[in-house]
Design a protein around this ligand. Structure first.
Ligand code: GLU
Length: 468
């Protein structure tokens, strides 16, 4: 059984869905293709004085909307194929959750552990400079964000570099996922994991789907295994356990652990910080290899690491009834078919992990509006709520305590609004996927997600009047 390269995998999924749409083959080709690919190399002077050549990419997959949007990945596995695949996934992801951006992705081929902080800063600033020089970054052009191996710190360096070379009033909107002090938004760090939780919660609330896989509705009481405790995996697990699900297995770079009685996430994170490893935690059993965790007995498997983890080789051993794709491309096309054949419910990456870009969109809006969410209306709302509560007190025997008054009259702050916008987006998008699945009598949410994306992008191209 053959597993394809990553970009081919994405296109294979695309082709499977395209037959359910009404678009001209030329238009479908235009949607599929990566519009611009920039490959750059530059020298880095290392702390010890030696010179190393660094390789990076930025791929803008689809210009049907501006700006294009997508993270920057730092990993020794980065290459052109991977960046193209991830950029394409960004286009589809944005369309599925109605974020008005085209898709893009960047990558630098380095293993972050091999570089000092000042070396990482030099790499990030130089990479940004190369993007600026070729017009691959800007608030209305292409807006990077964090991805595997990068975070708020790197986004802060990117903004600072951009600002040095531009007097654009909207400069802050050239990158998202920034530190709060540099125009970032509350709720962005946890957004992808939070979105994963909202998506799984939605899926688990559909009785007919749960009946089919022999599970009760609701997240509470379900067991799950997570692969990867990075930003996405950690936050997804945090909200899953918060809602009463039981974490029974964890896989990380150093290996995997299993405890059917449940693993305490906070205690595990502390243990890993102290010992540098998850191995030996509490009463857990150690598994021979990291990938064995994927095959554990559980209700929900959450791959939250890198692509191509569930392949034609191990898919048949996977027992989870729900696969929640928190990572990008964790399941190969062959593996997908094997899992579907045995009835698994797959929540596809392009929907499930879209929470990050949804909140990036809110951050970008905040930056171009130059005002924090809640700043204008919070106090006004609070005083209106207080007036209503006072009226209730006056016309009834009900008296509110100071604490109740404070709680009930609370005006929305930035975090509240971001979280509510994210929840609304994940729920609405899931409903759309279910409608498409029903309309085409499909048994597959990945194909439904691609149909949703192709339809939304295709209509944009049609409106440009180029295609019949
Ligand atoms: N890197 C994240 C993703 O793959 C976020 C992208 C963004 O916020 O632009 O979805």
């Amino acid at each position: 059984m053959s597993d394809y390269k990553f970009y081919e995998q994405v296109n294979k999924n695309f082709d499977k869905a395209a037959v359910y749409t009404r678009f001209h083959p030329g238009l479908l080709k235009q949607i599929k293709i990566c519009n611009t690919i920039y490959h750059v190399t530059f020298p880095l002077r290392r702390d010890d004085g030696t010179i190393e050549v660094i390789e990076g990419w930025r791929v803008e997959h689809s210009h049907h909307k501006s700006p294009t949007k997508g993270g920057i990945r730092y990993s020794h596995k980065v290459d052109e194929d991977e960046t193209m695949a991830l950029a394409a996934l960004m286009s589809y992801k944005c369309a599925i959750v109605d974020v008005p951006f085209g898709g893009a992705k960047g990558g630098v081929k380095i293993s972050t552990r091999d570089y000092s902080v000042s070396e990482l800063e030099r790499i990030t600033r130089r990479y940004t400079y190369e993007l600026i020089k070729k017009g691959f970054i800007g608030p209305g052009v292409d807006v990077p964000a964090p991805d595997y191996g990068t975070g708020a710190r790197e986004m802060g360096w990117i903004l600072d570099t951009y600002r040095q070379l531009s007097d654009d009033l909207n400069a802050e909107a050239c990158v998202t996922g920034k530190p709060i002090q540099q125009g970032g938004i509350r709720g962005r760090t946890e957004a992808t994991g939070r979105g994963v939780y909202f998506g799984i919660r939605e899926a688990c609330s559909v009785k007919a789907d749960m009946d089919k896989i022999g599970l009760e509705t609701g997240v509470e009481g379900k067991t799950f295994v997570v692969q990867g405790l990075g930003n996405v995996g950690y936050h997804a697990s945090l909200y899953m356990t918060g809602a009463g699900a039981k974490m029974v297995g964890v896989a990380e770079m150093e290996g995997a652990i299993y405890d059917p009685k449940g693993i305490d996430l906070t205690a595990l994170m502390e243990f890993r910080k102290e010992t540098g490893s998850i191995i030996g935690f509490g009463n857990s059993k150690t598994l021979p290899s990291n990938k064995d965790a994927l095959e554990l007995e559980c209700d929900i498997l959450i791959p939250a690491a890198l692509e191509s983890q569930i392949t034609g080789d191990n898919a048949k051993n996977i027992k989870a009834k729900i696969i929640g794709e928190a990572a990008n491309g964790p399941t190969t096309a062959d593996a997908h078919d094997i899992l579907k054949d045995r009835g698994a419910l797959i929540l596809p990456d392009s929907y499930l992990n879209a929470g990050g870009v949804v909140v990036s969109y809110f951050e970008w809006l905040k930056n171009i509006q130059h005002v924090r969410y809640g700043r204008i209306n919070k106090r006004f709302d609070e005083s209106s709520f207080k007036k209503i509560l006072n009226v209730i007190e006056n016309i009834s025997d009900r008296k509110f305590s100071d604490d109740e008054m404070l709680d009930l009259s609370h005006g929305a702050e930035e975090y509240d609004l971001v979280d509510s916008g994210l929840e609304e987006t994940m729920i609405t998008a899931y409903q759309q996927l279910l409608e498409i699945r029903n309309e085409h009598k499909l048994n597959d949410l990945r194909t439904s997600a691609y149909i949703s994306a192709i339809n939304k992008i295709g209509i944009m191209y049609e409106q440009m009047g180029i295609f019949p």
